[in-house]
Design a protein around this ligand. Structure first.
Ligand code: PEP
Ligand code: MG
Length: 889
């Protein structure tokens, strides 16, 4: 037979021949054991068969093992030599464990065999040497059981049945209570099972046991659970596992023995304290099996102070060496401590931030390393209330996760009722087909919002995000009966006042009160961590804010500016809405000017507050961009009022005449496709007085503050521009209005004027537009809608989810930028814009500005900043840093 062993390749390594850098070859477990050995830590002796051998085995099968065998035997002799024991020896037998260990951790997915080397004779020697025959026989029966299952594939149930029968007979509950006499009987019974199930007697030759065990560990790389785990965790299938063969140490030889698991810091809070548990007189598997209740590690201080102290030193040494929090397995045999494994410990998001922050302060890692230790997703978890992932829950429906966080409350369908009850402190979930600006009073008081229509960038989603309210939109399975105040999902009915829970992070809706986990971040650690992240980020993070409150919050969370202040959102309050309606309804300019003046006064006060909060930082105010009909009352409500007046004989009254005009105007403004209709700068072009009044209000606010010595960095942005001509006209008007106000204050103040790029045409003629714009901000909500030709309000709940499921789009394009389409247009606009104006400032203010993958793309095409809703700022700051560090693509 041809040799499958590559000449000159080393397949087997002693612990003292490896190190932590050899993870790919020796697996995580093996490499770390080798490293610990070189640190002089108390690790049992052993050797590792490399992943390369496993890969060769997968190609060649058993032939590989035959050829490898002399090397394994040689290393076993080395183990015999250093331990002074003999493998299969009848006086002082060497027993080993055979463990799997992949380059990437796959906890519990592959196999391990303990106590290997025991047979009918060596068990007697072990009994004699340990002076504990019960212990020896218990090890043997465990070994047969484990070997039969892992190596021979015999179902564990056969063995469990025998054990249960014995326990029943003896009237005892636990395995460790089984007396020695019964263990002997159980062992012979176990051997019979092996014979009848496998057709062969239980192998008595330890060398045969070893060979079979090594092969079984190799094979376990491809067992079903390991293959599934790799698929989920995105681990390549061709890495292979290493096999670690290590001298057994026993934690079950008496009361001066024990075993345990230890974290060098608290993995749920990140506190700097030893955290873990131990069992006296037990083998490692007992801790995991949950048969006996382990004691918290702190209790070891009393039970064995010197072991506790030693563990503390080891944990600290390992942390400093591996530069991360460690998850350590240990065993104490007759008062001597052995470390059996160490690896970087898994931790909650909260602990991850605290540990990263503390380890920099303690000088264990540098800031760059610390920043890589927390993912943007973890930051998101930290900031919002969550549905407890360990709870066994079934949802009744799933919509689009539009604003993160979870909320429980009584269902309310009426917006006014939501306002009233919310105001009095009652948590309510507002359920509506969709929302409009008129609903803001109720929406802002709700604990959560659920809509059956709409997508990521619908009104409900935008407002909920800006207010920080959990929100699920586009939940089409929910059939809402507003009159009957109930909704149904299939057979399930939810009435007004029934309690539901919505999860705006997953999009799920649950009946009743689901268990929630409160966010519990220690702000000091988060701020320190994010400040470190900023050191590596090229992109700045700005915020989308419409109110002074939001601006305050954004600044607190580290925003370096306001990238989008949507002025139409400032008309949400009902007193302003009616003035806004007067502006729209007015047919004559004089009438409109009256209402506009009132509106501008109110807006100016808001601007003053926002600019003051953001002093020293840029604030981009966007001029009005609503589909105008959105701001008008609903036609049918007006018609109803009018009919009422007629029925009361007041059909000719001035009020009725006003309603008539209003009704006509509503009809006149109706559009089949409002998103592509009379909105954005088209309003400014046809009703120049509206943008003029807004520009003046902005300039007044700025000049007032300048007079008070406040550092104002305001810019004005024009929405929905498609041509250079639009921008040219509007810029001239805005400049004129600003100059007029500045002069009236005796100031020389001027501001930058830029535009959104949110239509494909704008991207295509970006060079032309750039001649009249000082900056561009990508409005990727509209740019996605218009590039893909899909409605931002409807598509996600309807066909887009199916498109994602079918792989036509890899992600929801309203959440994560469609790089090939929308992204290509952005890139073109960047290039063309900068070719016309070298110092053109570039940013993004569509919802993608808070999405990690989209942020990485914006970084790559050279934008200067991303702007997102306040609550996403921490996620965006870390994403910007991870993008610079090459961790996000
Ligand atoms: C956009 O279109 O991306 C944008 C930010 O504007 P709006 O969502 O207000 O249309
Ligand atoms: Mg837009």
């Amino acid at each position: 037979m041809m040799s499958v062993i590559k000449t000159g390749v080393k397949y087997v390594y002693r612990f003292d021949e490896g190190n932590a850098g050899m993870v790919d070859l020796l697996g995580g477990k093996g490499a770390n054991l080798a490293e610990m050995k070189s640190l002089g830590l108390p690790v049992p002796n052993g050797f590792i068969i490399s992943t390369e051998a496993c890969r060769a085995y997968m190609k060649e099968g058993l032939g590989l093992l035959d050829q490898l065998w002399p090397k394994v035997v040689e290393h076993m002799h080395y183990l015999e030599h250093v331990s002074g024991k003999t493998f299969g020896g009848e006086e002082n037998p060497l027993l080993v464990s055979v463990r799997s260990g992949a380059p990437i951790s796959m906890p519990g997915m592959m196999d391990t065999i303990l106590n290997l080397g025991l047979n009918d004779r060596t068990v007697l020697a072990l009994a004699e040497n340990s002076r504990d025959p019960r212990f020896a026989h218990d090890c043997y029966r465990r070994f047969i059981q484990m070997f039969a299952n892992v190596v021979l594939g015999i179902d564990l149930d056969h063995f469990e049945k025998v054990l249960s029968e014995h326990k029943k007979q003896l009237n005892i509950k636990f395995d460790h209570q089984i007396p020695e006499e019964n263990l002997a009987k159980i062992i012979s019974h176990f051997k019979e099972i092996v014979k009848s199930e496998s057709g062969e007697p239980f192998p008595q030759d330890p060398w045969a046991q070893l060979k079979m065990a090594i092969e079984a560990v190799f094979r376990s790389w491809n067992n079903k659970r390991a293959v599934t785990y790799r698929k989920i965790a995105n681990i390549p299938d061709d890495l292979g596992t290493a096999v670690t063969v290590m001298e057994m140490v026993f934690g079950n030889l008496g009361s001066d023995c024990g075993t345990g698991v230890l974290f060098s810091r608290n993995p749920s809070t990140g506190d700097k304290e030893l955290f873990g548990e131990f069992l006296i007189n037990a083998q490692g598997e007992d801790v995991v099996a949950g048969i006996r209740t382990p004691q918290p590690i702190g209790a070891l201080k009393e039970v064995s102070p010197h072991i506790y102290e030693e563990l503390k030193i080891v944990a600290e040494k390992l942390e400093r060496h591996f530069k991360d929090m460690q998850d350590i397995e240990f065993t104490v045999e007759r008062g001597k401590l052995y470390i059996l494994q160490t690896r970087n410990g898994k931790r909650t998001a909260k602990a991850a931030v605290r540990i990263a922050s503390d380890m920099v302060k303690e000088g264990i890692v540098d800031a760059r390393t610390a920043v890589t230790r927390v993912t943007p997703k973890e930051i998101e978890q930290l900031l919002h209330r969550q549905v407890d992932p360990s709870a066994d829950l079934s949802s009744i429906a799933e919509g689009i996760a539009a604003s993160p966080g979870a909320a429980t409350g009584k269902v309310v369908f009426d917006v006014d009722e939501a306002e009233e009850r919310g105001k009095s402190g009652e948590p309510v979930i507002l359920v509506r087909p969709e929302t409009t600006p008129e609903d803001i009073h109720g929406l802002s008081r709700a604990a959560g919002l659920l809509t059956s229509r709409g997508g990521q960038t619908s009104h409900a989603a935008l407002v909920a995000r800006s207010l920080g309210i959990p929100c699920v939109v586009g939940c089409e399975a929910v059939n809402i009966d507003l009159i009957g105040e109930r909704f149904t999902v299939g057979e399930f009915t939810v009435k007004k006042d029934d309690v539901i829970t919505i999860d705006g992070t997953s999009g799920k809706v649950y009946p009743g009160e689901a268990p929630l986990i409160e966010p519990s971040m220690h702000e000091e650690y988060l701020h320190h961590f994010l400040d470190m992240a900023d050191m590596f980020a090229r992109l700045q993070v700005w915020a989308n804010c419409d109110t002074p409150e939001e601006a305050r919050q954004a600044r607190k969370l580290g925003a370096k500016g306001v990238g989008l202040c949507r002025t139409e959102h400032m008309f949400r309050e009902s007193d302003r809405l009616s003035i806004m309606q007067q502006v729209i309804v007015a047919e004559k300019v004089e009438d409109r000017m009256d209402a506009l003046e009132k509106l501008a006064r109110l807006q100016k006060d808001d601007f003053v507050e926002i600019f003051e909060v953001m002093q020293g930082l840029p604030v981009i105010v966007r001029l009005l961009d609503p589909p105008l009909n959105e701001f008008l009352p609903k036609g049918k409500d007006v018609a109803k009022k009018l009919a009422q007046l007629w029925s009361e004989g007041r059909g000719e009254s001035p009020e009725a005449q006003r309603l008539e005009i209003l009704l006509k105007r509503i009809e006149g403004l109706q559009e089949g496709n409002p998103m592509l209709g009379f909105r954005g700068c088209r309003i400014g072009v046809l009703y120049p007085e509206i943008y003029e009044a807004q520009a003046k209000a902005i300039a007044q606010a700025a000049c007032e503050l300048i007079k008070r010595g406040v550092d104002v960095k305001v810019k004005i942005m024009v929405p929905l521009v498609a041509t250079g001509q639009e921008m040219c006209m509007l810029r001239a008007n805005i400049e004129k209005a600003v100059a007029e106000i500045a002069e009236s204050y005796g100031e020389n103040w001027r501001c930058k004027i830029g535009t959104m790029i949110e239509l494909p045409r704008a991207a295509i003629v970006a060079d032309e537009i750039a001649e009249y714009a000082d900056f561009f901000s990508f409005g990727t909500n509209d740019l996605t809608q218009t590039t893909l030709g899909v409605s931002r309000d409807d598509a996600e709940g309807k066909f887009l989810a199916a498109y994602v499921r079918l792989g036509i789009y890899t992600e929801d394009p309203f959440r994560t930028l469609d790089r090939k389409g929308v992204g290509a247009l952005m890139k073109m606009a960047v290039e063309k814009g900068r070719s016309a104006k070298k110092d053109l400032e570039l940013g993004i203010c569509g919802e993608h500005g808070g999405d990690p993958s989209s942020i990485a793309f914006c970084d790559r095409i050279g934008l200067d900043y991303v702007s997102c809703s306040a609550m996403r700022i921490p996620v965006a700051r870390l994403s910007a840093a991870h993008s610079s560090l090459g961790l996000l693509n």
